[in-house]
Unconditional design. Sequence first.
Length: 240
Amino acid sequence: MKFYYDFHIHTCLSPCADDDMTPCNIVGMAKLVGLDVIAITDHNSCLNCRAIMEASKEIDGPLVIAGMELETSENVHMVMLFPDIDRAEAASEEIFKTLFKIKNRPDIYGNQIIANSDDTERGRLDQLLVVSSELGVYDAVAFAEKYGGVAYPAHIDRPSNGILGILGSIDEDMGFSTVEFSATAPDELKKEYKSRGYNIVSDSDSHNLGSLSDRINYLELDRLSAEDVIKAIKFIRSKQ
Ligand SMILES: [Zn+2]
Ligand SMILES: [Zn+2]
């Protein structure tokens, strides 16, 4: 079966995302555009994932996968997806301890709102999330797997925080089976990575409600669960 996805969505916790990227708004919009599964990927944190999963259950919305967009020590962005909220929060806690510690300046970077599932505010995070962690690119896959998850480089076609723009290439030893492209990535680049045996994932990297993916990108799965999605993304390259 085809399941339409968008695995890269920021919430009001990411300072660079709109404040109305709240749990009810995100799952409501995802349902409206017909997505079957979404992943929540705030910068270096899974703090809003639980509320969004609960909000989606309330409206019989899409499956929500708990994830984060890690910034490595090299400033490379990576999408991480986890099989359940408990392991996602544990991973998030570990990453949080390794973040470069600097106080958020909402007037410069934006608000970091921790939300409840009914869109009320639970609090605001003082420590800035848009900084690099101590985790390096070569350690990201093993870190995600420790929590049952998967890691792959985000928006590799983009110069800012994309792995190609920063490191120049993707090394086999990094252990990635999948790479993510942004919605505007050139077809030639996608073709190149496909021919090299990578799974291709295309996401919106939404920071506002209007930019969630339409029903365009899909995964073929027998059934839909976070575990099945992670398994599909980990698909061994040599078998393709
Ligand atoms: Zn990014
Ligand atoms: Zn992002």
